[in-house]
Design a protein around this ligand. Structure first.
Ligand code: GLU
Length: 450
């Protein structure tokens, strides 16, 4: 391995031994970009790799909020402003009880290259809290969001850092966060957050963007293979916002999501989650019972298998892990490989462990597409929301959707072309990592040392 790359990697492994998710993503990206680092000795001189693994700025803050019984609670908040070479830091906020510094940093690191791939002027950042939204009343969520923004508002802004949603943060939370920002600053700066409601600067298609973008990307992969999306059966893990967007777009294009898993097990609907009624029920489950997908099976009289995942056993054409990091471990990857499925399209951020990913990629038996390319449509449309806010105009759904579609075609083609240029064949993982990395590295080099 390239000695410089190895040294930086060793350093990260030693320094951050207690941050397994962060170390995992650095290992994954660094492994891919080795051929790029080999032909760019100036990276070492400018210590580009050393800079890439060190956030420009990262901070924690106390978030105190009062529950409905008048009792106080203290949570920890984070914001990681990882890399601003391409634009204002951009990335979501995750509210989930197991969030920690490692998870925020891994998400921030991924975000840097993902955002670069969109071709839009956005740097990479991420934030969140170990606050658990499960079972909280609306008033409790409001008070938490207000406290969170009170601690954060000085450090963000439309040209500084633009948070958005992630797990546990949707339109409601963004609304409460924005209301508090506006109250504290006394200015109209709606470009400070994305994923807003439509009445105050949100973009049409933003809720659907990640899922739609993932399906557009899948279409390009299929095209490359001389295949089409019509009739394809898809298995997704998760039934959150991203999975819902996949179900909707797949249905529009004549494909169908037939397997869906949740924390409690999975269901199999041979007709697919394709009708408006079923899609609305998925939305209802997400809002009201996010730990269980069994209610769908009960309501529509389809098969439910408790306590397990369907990887490798589902009779589908495409797998799209869309739930959470490290969902697919080596044991599941072995089953996926044995099943003979042709397409493994990552959607959630880092849904595959490194050893599982290595197994799937090296087998050459199936096409693996990486999440940082596949799910980039979400943040891509966030950047379009920022554009609309800057020009104080609202674009039509058709306009946003067609820009999203072009963006996803471009991300796929850039990744494929980059891999080809490096003699790697149709390697979408390396292609995406190299293309994203190179763009950020070039901007850093041209901006000098700081
Ligand atoms: N949380 C999303 C992601 O992982 C979206 C971020 C954004 O829109 O800024 O890319």
């Amino acid at each position: 391995m390239n000695q410089y790359l190895l040294d930086v990697l060793k350093d990260v492994e030693n320094k951050h031994a207690g941050q397994p998710e962060f170390v995992q993503t650095v290992q994954e990206v660094f492994k891919s970009v080795e051929p790029l680092v080999d032909i760019h000795p100036e990276y070492e001189k400018a210590d580009i790799l050393g800079r890439m693994v060190e956030p420009e700025r990262m901070f924690t803050f106390r978030v105190v909020w009062m529950d409905d019984n008048g009792k106080y609670h203290t949570n920890r908040g984070w914001r990681c402003q990882f890399n601003g070479a391409l634009g204002p830091y951009k990335g979501g906020l995750r509210f989930q009880k197991n969030v920690n510094e490692s998870i925020i940093k891994f998400l921030g690191f991924e975000q840097v290259y993902k955002n670069a791939l969109t071709g839009l002027p956005i740097g990479g950042g991420k934030g969140g809290s170990d606050f658990d939204p499960a079972g909280k009343s609306d008033a409790e969520i409001l008070r938490f969001c207000q406290s969170y923004m009170t601690a954060l508002y000085r450090y963000i802004g439309p040209d500084v850092d633009v948070p958005a949603g992630d797990m546990g943060v949707g339109k409601r939370e963004i609304g409460y966060l924005f209301g508090q920002y506006r109250r504290l600053k006394g200015v109209w700066e709606n470009g400070v957050l994305t994923g807003k409601g439509l009445s105050y600067g949100g973009s049409l298609i933003r809720p659907e963007a990640t899922g739609y973008g993932a399906v557009y990307y899948l279409q390009e992969v299929l095209k490359h293979e001389g295949d089409t999306i019509e009739g394809k059966r898809i298995g997704v893990s998760g039934f959150g916002n991203v999975a819902w967007g996949i179900m909707k777009k797949a249905a529009q294009l004549g494909a169908k999501v037939t397997y869906v898993s949740g924390p409690d097990g999975y269901f199999y609907d041979p007709d697919g989650v394709i009708t408006n009624e079923k899609l609305a029920f998925i939305e209802w489950m997400r809002a009201n019972d996010p730990m269980h997908c069994k209610p769908y099976a009960d309501k529509y009289g389809v098969k439910f298998v408790p306590g397990t995942k369907f990887w490798g056993t589902a009779d589908v054409d495409v797998y799209m892990p869309s739930a959470i990091q490290n969902d697919v471990t080596l044991k599941w990857a072995e089953k996926i490989l044995d099943s003979g499925v042709r397409y493994y399209i990552e959607v959630a951020n880092m849904p595959t462990t490194n050893e599982a990913l290595e197994l799937l990629r090296s087998s050459k038996k199936l096409i693996v597409a990486p999440s940082k390319a596949v799910n980039a449509g979400g943040v891509g449309v966030s950047a379009l929301e920022m554009s609309q806010n800057s020009e104080r105009l609202v674009w039509s759904a058709e306009e946003v959707d067609s820009q999203l579609h072009r963006m996803m075609i471009n991300i796929h083609d850039t990744s494929a072309k980059t891999a080809e240029e490096f003699g790697l064949g149709y390697d979408l993982v390396s292609g995406a990592n190299i293309a994203g990395f190179q763009k950020v590295a070039t901007a850093m080099l041209e901006q000098g040392i700081f």
